[in-house]
Design a binder for this molecule. Sequence first.
Ligand SMILES: [Zn+2]
Length: 386
Amino acid sequence: MGKGLVILVILVILATLGIARSAPLRATVPIAAVVCSATDTELTLEFRSSGEPIEKYQRAEVVGNQIVVRIVDAVIPETPPSASCVDNLSIKAEQIREFAVFRIHAPAYDGDITVKRLSPTSIALVVNKTSASARTSAPAISTAAPSASKKWKLDVIVIDAGHGGKDAGAKGVNGVYEKTVTLALAQRLRDLIVHNLPGTKVVMTRDNDTFVELHRRTKIANNANGKLFVSIHCNSMPTIPHPARGCETYILRPGRNEDAARVAATENASIALEQAQSTYTGLTEEELIVATMAQRSFVRFSEAFASLVQQHAPRYTGLKNRGVNQAGFLVLVGASMPNILFETAFLSNPDDARIISSKEGQEQMAQAMLQAIKDYAELYQSTLDN
Ligand SMILES: [Zn+2]
């Protein structure tokens, strides 16, 4: 690793973790106050906006000895709201991307947990006193969830062609750009889905050579009510040509190894090209853990789809199978649906690059992804039926 490269890697890591840790501008509803009240049997914490409607909130979850409440598209004001009405109550407020996150520690109350809407501008967390049934670390309750059928029907698939416009992504040994390959794959996959899975709507985060910010990609997916988010990329090593080769699929979780962290740092570096970098609060390990908690309800679907992709892609293309891995990808944070990031092949490897930039190789890869989606749809349906 040369000196220049070391500096580049450091810059990428800084860009990934440290850039502009100020409050995001995208989230718009300030959570102005927390109102605390308690009875002999329950503790109620009411989260109030400063007047704007609170659109969405997520399941309350128990993490260690804390209860975590997340309000979507909301901001923690400069002076975070707090409240106290019982002994030893602690409320920590934190901004994580578009989530206003509250971590509550109320040692005297560790029974059942509910989050409910009190008015358009307020939601309440209600915690009972210790109940007979021991609390588990499982999600306590699903809130604001659409009805089961609406939630689970695999009717909208979001395809995300990585990079685009001024963000070319990796450059291959053969001179091809990642953004070109990902768009070709995404468009072919879309056409295949439209022809083979009638009734399934496909939403593209981009359909031409334009730059789309990472957070906007998940926003597009969430707004479209996507049921599956597929982010398509190409892998690359810092030195070219490089022997590393094959396809691998990532799910959003704190990285397991150095290699996964490298891939995440490379993909996340796209944010350095974004104008409003203050929309990111960064992604420390702890923040990533909280962000991935929001995905707990569908992480097993993400895993299932990831392994189907890895099952079919090597078979269809002849590429090496590098398996399913996990790391902190900004483009997946905040996706309210099962999601994966697929590194189709290494552009830094001559054989991989030739396959993935050829028309034939792209056709095989798109067919493999279609097959994975078909299998997934079946699995998904059988889960529903049970
Ligand atoms: Zn990429």
